[in-house]
Structures are given as structure tokens and as C-alpha cells.
Design a protein around this ligand. Structure first.
Ligand SMILES: Nc1nc2[nH]cc(C(=O)O)c2c(=O)[nH]1
Ligand code: SF4
Ligand SMILES: [Mg+2]
Length: 248
């Protein structure tokens, strides 16, 4: 889709709010969240089911121009595009993060890892030559407990990631940890080369953060030997606010 065509579409927006980024590399930074509707997955542990409950009162169908107007009220140049799934390939919402980059925002995309990151052609269509640090990805890798692990995209996406990008394993049990280890081992060379950060994040209240720390300590020699940057990531927003709260 070209930028001109994109300017004519409407996008289902669930919520826009300022908060601190709760997870990963950007944790603790004040950012504007832009949550688009709909998701191609149905994870067992989804904490944003309201983003895909199809009812018109849940979303506002906004034009790109209206989204820019809403964003400008938040006075922040950093946007986290989340959902739902922002990168679904068949939907116009896929191009919203590129549009925001084009308009001068620094954008991080929180994707479920089942959709391709942008191709060079898509960047060109939005008249973006070099993204540099204006566009970063946080890609989930869905483990067995999510029941969605057959949707993961691996090498084709990993190869396009660079410094400032990150992967996130949201894990609930030992089976998930073993799965994560296997994925990391299989793709360790690409992962090390891409300079990204690999986050381990516990499904809220499903696995003790302490046992995740044990896992990271145990596997640290392996991570170091393979030049992998691995971290624990807790969802700060679940500690600061009611874990069920929206818009935080
Ligand atoms: N504070 C805060 N940080 C977040 N990081 C990722 C979020 C998401 O829902 O994707 C999120 C969220 O909803 N709130
Ligand atoms: S990918 Fe994210 S929004 Fe979609 S079902 Fe899974 S947890 Fe929920
Ligand atoms: Mg979320």
C-alpha cells in the first residue's frame, strides 16, 4: 500500500494513552501507547482480549490524520504500537507504524511474532529509505502454553532485526523454557549477529520470577559463549496498577 492510499483508510483503534513502557528494553520510559484492534492469534494467556472482541463500541475507526491529531494531544514523540496485532498482513493497520515514522515519531512495534516485519518494498512505499533508530520491533515467540506456537516466524524475521530490536518469550512453565532454549539454540548465530535482546517474561502469576532467574543463571554460560544478550523482563504495569486495568 502506498502512503497516499493509506491516508484514505480508517483504522480500528482501541485506545491511546500515555504511560511508562512496562516491558523489555524500553521499560520505564514514558511513551504513548496506540492499541489497534484485532489479532490473528488467540493465546491462552491473552491479557488484552478486549482488543479483539468485535463490537463497535470497543473501537473508534479513525483516519490516519485523526490518529495524528489524537497523538499530538499526548505531547510525546515515542509511540508503542500494540494490539491486538499491529502487523497483520491483510489489514491497513499494518502501515500505521510506518506512517507515524514518516510523520516524525519514534516507533516501537509490539508484535506477536506471527507476521512478517516490513520488507524493503513496504518501506519504499512509505518513502522511508533508512529506519535507523526510528522504528524498532519487539517480537514475541509464542511457546507451547500459548497454544499458538505453530504460528511463530523465525529466521525470516530474525534476519531483519538489528540493535534496538528484541524478542520476548512469555513463558508459563518448564515446557515453555525448554522450547525457548531449543529455539535459541537453533537460531543462535542469527540472534547473536542481529545484536538484539532476548527477554524472558513470566506469564503473570503463572510462573515465579524467581524460578526464571534460576533458569537464566543456569544458562548464562551458554548465553555468554554464544554472544546472546538475555534478560528477565517483568511487566511493570501489572505491579504499578491493577493487573486488569486498561489504559495503563
Ligand atoms: N505500560 C504498559 N506497557 C506495555 N508494554 C506492552 C504492552 C502491551 O499491551 O502490548 C503494555 C501495556 O499495555 N502497558
Ligand atoms: S497475540 Fe497478543 S493480543 Fe493476540 S491473542 Fe496473543 S496475547 Fe492476545
Ligand atoms: Mg499486552
Amino acid at each position: 500500500m502506498k502512503i497516499r492510499e493509506f491516508e484514505e483508510v480508517r483504522i480500528p483503534v482501541v485506545e491511546i494513552f500515555n504511560s511508562i513502557s512496562g516491558e523489555g528494553i524500553s521499560a520505564g520510559e514514558v511513551v504513548t501507547f496506540l492499541r489497534v484492534a484485532e489479532c490473528n492469534l488467540r493465546c491462552s494467556y491473552c491479557d488484552t482480549t478486549y482488543s479483539y472482541q468485535l463490537s463497535d463500541d470497543n473501537y473508534d475507526w479513525l483516519t490516519p490524520q485523526e490518529i495524528l491529531e489524537r497523538l499530538s494531544q499526548y505531547n510525546c514523540n515515542k509511540v508503542i504500537c500494540t494490539g491486538g496485532e499491529p502487523l497483520e498482513t491483510t489489514k491497513a493497520k499494518r502501515y500505521l507504524p510506518l506512517y507515524l515514522v514518516k510523520k516524525g515519531y519514534k516507533v516501537r512495534i509490539e508484535s506477536n511474532g506471527s507476521c512478517p516485519v516490513y520488507s524493503k518494498k513496504e518501506l519504499r512505499e512509505f518513502e522511508i529509505e533508512q529506519v535507523n533508530d526510528r522504528l524498532n520491533y519487539t517480537l514475541d515467540i509464542k511457546p507451547p502454553s500459548s497454544k499458538m506456537s505453530n504460528h511463530n516466524i523465525f529466521a525470516e524475521n530474525f534476519i531483519k532485526l538489528t540493535l534496538g530490536d528484541e524478542l520476548k518469550f512469555v513463558v508459563a512453565n518448564d515446557e515453555d523454557l525448554n522450547y525457548a532454549k531449543k529455539v535459541i539454540d537453533k537460531y543462535k548465530d542469527i540472534l547473536a549477529k542481529s545484536n538484539l535482546i532476548i527477554n524472558f517474561s513470566p506469564v503473570f502469576q503463572a510462573i515465579e520470577a524467581e524460578s526464571l532467574v534460576e533458569f537464566l543463571k543456569e544458562n548464562n554460560p551458554y548465553f555468554i559463549n554464544n554472544n546472546l544478550k538475555v534478560r528477565l523482563s517483568l511487566q511493570l504495569h501489572k505491579f504499578i496498577w491493577d493487573p486488569e486495568a486498561k489504559g495503563v
